[in-house]
Design a binder for this molecule. Sequence first.
Ligand code: ADP
Ligand code: PMV
Length: 304
Amino acid sequence: MRNPLFYAKILLFGEYGIIEDSKGLTIPYNTYKGSLKFDQKAEGKVSNESIDRFAEYLEKNFSEDFDISLLNEDIEKGMYFDSTIPQGYGVGSSGALVAAIYDRYALNKIDTSEGITKESIGKLKETFSKMESFFHGKSSGIDPLICYLNLPLLINSKTDISTVGLPEQKEGKGAIFLVNSGAPGETAPMVQIFFDKLKHEGFRKTLKEEFIKYNNACIDAFVKGDVNPLFANLKKLSTWAFLHFKPMIPQRLLDAWQYGIQTNSYYLKLCGSGGGGYILGFTKDYENAKLHLKDFDTEVIYKF
Ligand SMILES: Nc1ncnc2c1ncn2[C@@H]1O[C@H](COP(=O)(O)OP(=O)(O)O)[C@@H](O)[C@H]1O
Ligand SMILES: C[C@@](O)(CCOP(=O)(O)O)CC(=O)O
């Protein structure tokens, strides 16, 4: 039986901004992955039960779009999603599961083998958004989309998403890395905080005039491989988040966040919705950054 792998993802830039239609950049992260397994192992029980609840939701809302009887038969046989993607860490554990279920059970699957167009991306995103809403309320569908396509995606707006080529990695001293905050986070309450903040005119203004500006400049510089403008804007982005996204920054990381900005040894930013899970770091000198972050587990995701 064919049981393809689905990888984790990292939203490098665009958290919260993409809700408000600004740019985002998301990349696959192949260190963590999952695939559907069809054996009766005890280790799969929790996952099997979670898929069972998901199947009920699909049956209730989208029964015509999926082969529900095959899905239920497989669940009955003990199928589970065997995955190393940590849950609630912002690297897309539910997105990978959604992509795997779509791949195996969707009827009239959108064919991407002949090339990926903006139209097919749009249709996939719409379906994935409906499916993933089961896991954390309203979802943009971006996480399952990237897991499914396994390619970097540039989000220009909600309706304009395309694949993008990124500069090749180099064996230099610089790195983008994950910092483990030590505990999972939850997306829905963080997004609620964001929407509460949006009720204030002052916040809306600084989001638009500062955050979105730095975010988009970071994406442009990263895609072009322009290191100096990238770091200049990262510093602004990190500082802005320290001031305005404080509830989303895990408490344990507040000092390290500020230290990075003050010393320019690294800059931290949110990785997805925040509140826990992973945080992203950018540095021109990873070995040096690690010295200052020795209380945390870090993982390099991109070298330059
Ligand atoms: N291996 C798995 N098997 C079954 N369900 C899973 C698996 N991995 C993740 N999930 C589901 O996805 C949820 C986590 O998704 P979410 O809250 O969106 O966090 P993340 O940021 O990791 O995607 C879990 O509570 C669970 O319902
Ligand atoms: C915070 C947000 O902008 C990014 C997604 O966060 P996460 O990767 O699901 O933690 C929410 C969203 O756009 O759906």
